[in-house]
Design a protein around this ligand. Sequence first.
Ligand code: FES
Length: 244
Amino acid sequence: MSLAPGWHPVALSGSIDPGTSAGTHLDGREYVVWRDNSGAAHVWEDRCPHRGMKLSFGFVRGDHIACLYHGWQYDTAGRCRYIPAHPDLEVPATITVPVFATAEACGMIWTTKDAEADRAAPPSGSGDTVPVASLQAACRTETLIDAVRAAPAQPFVADAAGFDLAPVAETLWRLTVGGDTLLLGVQRLGEARSALHVAIEGSEAVYAGAGQAHWFAWFRALRHRLGAVTDAGARSAAAMAEAV
Ligand code: FES
């Protein structure tokens, strides 16, 4: 299945440090998310063109990512630049990894396979964000959002009045409650597997560390709740809320 049009969150920005990489999925296909040492994020197909090793198992060297298996190195355009077994070889330009448009917004790393001409800007928030956490669940993205909608804000926020969950885009939701605003990036990992990336709108001075403890506790409760979610059982999020 090809990736749906539009932008998809693949990680919290704060989860991918410079010089590191991580593997993920979109619609069942494997992707590597990595950040070069200058801080730029990249999303590529997670497959070395040599013998198919996952590039997410490799290591970052400056602005190259190197495959773990035989050490072939790729530049930020996905072109192979160095083959250790043939150090003097001018590597053919045809040896490349498929790379995808990458952007950072709302405290998350996003990608799309839309052609440049069809590409709208990625979803945007209203300012600074602070990462909370990401989770994965064995359910569809729709079920994931239903579970968030049914997740009680109390006792985690003192004033749970005005709970509002609304879509910003196909893959981004905004949850406002108790004077806080959470941004929820929804990632379709596969047919019945999803990821949720949570960031708070606001400054580090307010929400870093202890400033987000109440939302981290809410997130842990949500994760516990989602551990029981399956689409197969067709249980509604509301029914789950009663059961927990
Ligand atoms: S499989 Fe990647 S360098 Fe050989």
